[in-house]
Design a binder for this molecule. Structure first.
Ligand SMILES: O=C(O)CCC(=O)C(=O)O
Ligand SMILES: [Fe+2]
Length: 326
């Protein structure tokens, strides 16, 4: 882990954390997707003013072996423990490079330091991975395959929740060549966590992101303008709905705004597998969900690859494609 800059800035006031939690909570089986809610399945918040621990949440009974989830977290830990010069070989700002390493050193936005190292690889339609540490590539590949299968199952249920046949999203988004990114994040203990941020508030680009972590906690999601801490169930996936599900569903599913905070005691590792359309898919709201009178299209159409390129412009992707409300 490289040394991080000393923290000298004044912290920007943050919204006080609210113990009430509203988070994607999916029980499986059976999968339940209420059409009336904009996100997958919401665990209704327990309104308790005294409780400081949010309810535990996450997708369970997903079929991915616990041993594989532990092995991929352990593999990422070994990768981050490689000598810095071996990781810097993959340092690049080019989002199209198949393997990318980055570190929070010297990056400063909105007075927060990003206390994070990451490695991102393109996992589908073609799989890439660093060859070190030994065995890392094999375990990451198996994990990506299994988490992609879970994603496909979820997208079937989401298709049905929107009133479509189960393969609707798979076909419309050309998921046979779907773009999958494996992103591992390392958040070392931070001496002054209140002055730093692990990863700033953002939404993910694809359709669904599956997230696991090593039991430390740090993910927060935004709901009604407030930040809520997420407390994952052991061996569960946290499932984030992302921008292209919002676009395709014409806003019925909302892309979840989230961020990761850091702590002063323990190293946190999280792994996000982001699953999106194929790069050449032109995405627009599903025609069946658009009615020019009552539910006009809320987003313009854009090729997924062009949307990904918008990352370089700094402004959230959805702001480029959202149409003004008439
Ligand atoms: O570390 C986390 O909990 C969040 C990571 C994340 O949002 C991402 O990698 O896109
Ligand atoms: Fe994310």
């Amino acid at each position: 882990m490289g040394s991080h800059p000393s923290l000298r800035t004044t912290p920007t006031p943050r919204t006080p954390m609210n113990p009430m939690l509203q988070i994607l909570m999916i029980r499986s089986p059976p999968l339940i997707f209420p059409c009336s809610t904009p996100a997958i399945l919401i665990n209704a918040p327990k309104s308790s003013k005294t409780s400081t621990k949010p309810a535990r949440s996450g997708l369970v009974n997903h079929g991915v072996p616990e041993t594989l989830m532990k092995a991929v977290l352990a593999g990422c830990n070994k990768f981050f423990n490689l000598p810095m010069e071996e990781k810097l070989e993959f340092a690049t700002k080019d989002i199209w490079k198949p393997i990318r390493f980055g570190t929070g050193v010297d990056i400063k936005v909105e007075k927060f330091f990003f206390w994070r190292d990451f490695v991102k690889v393109i996992a589908h339609p073609e799989f890439h991975c660093p060859s070190k540490p030994q065995g890392f590539s094999e375990v990451v590949q198996e994990y990506c395959k299994r988490s992609r299968e879970v994603t496909m199952e979820l997208l079937k249920a989401i298709s049905e929740s929107l009133g479509f046949e189960e393969n609707y999203i798979e076909k419309a988004m050309n998921l046979k060549s779907g773009w999958q990114i494996f992103a591992a994040n390392l958040y070392p203990p931070c001496p002054q966590p209140e002055l730093a941020m692990g990863i700033p508030a953002h939404t993910d680009h694809g359709l669904l992101t599956l997230l696991i972590e090593n039991g430390i906690g740090g993910l927060q999601i935004q709901h009604n303008g407030k930040w809520f801490h997420v407390n994952p169930l052991p061996n569960s996936f946290l499932v984030n709905t992302a921008d292209h599900l919002e676009i395709l569903s014409n806003g019925r599913y909302k892309s979840i705004m989230h961020r990761a905070v850091v702590n002063s005691k323990s190293t946190r590792i999280s792994i996000a597998t982001a699953n999106g359309p194929s790069l050449d898919t032109m995405v627009c709201p599903a025609l069946e969900l658009v009615d020019n009178e009552s539910r006009p299209a809320a987003y313009i159409s854009m090729k997924y690859k062009d949307y990904m390129d918008l990352q370089l412009e700094g402004k959230p992707g959805l702001e480029h494609v959202r149409l003004p409300v008439a």
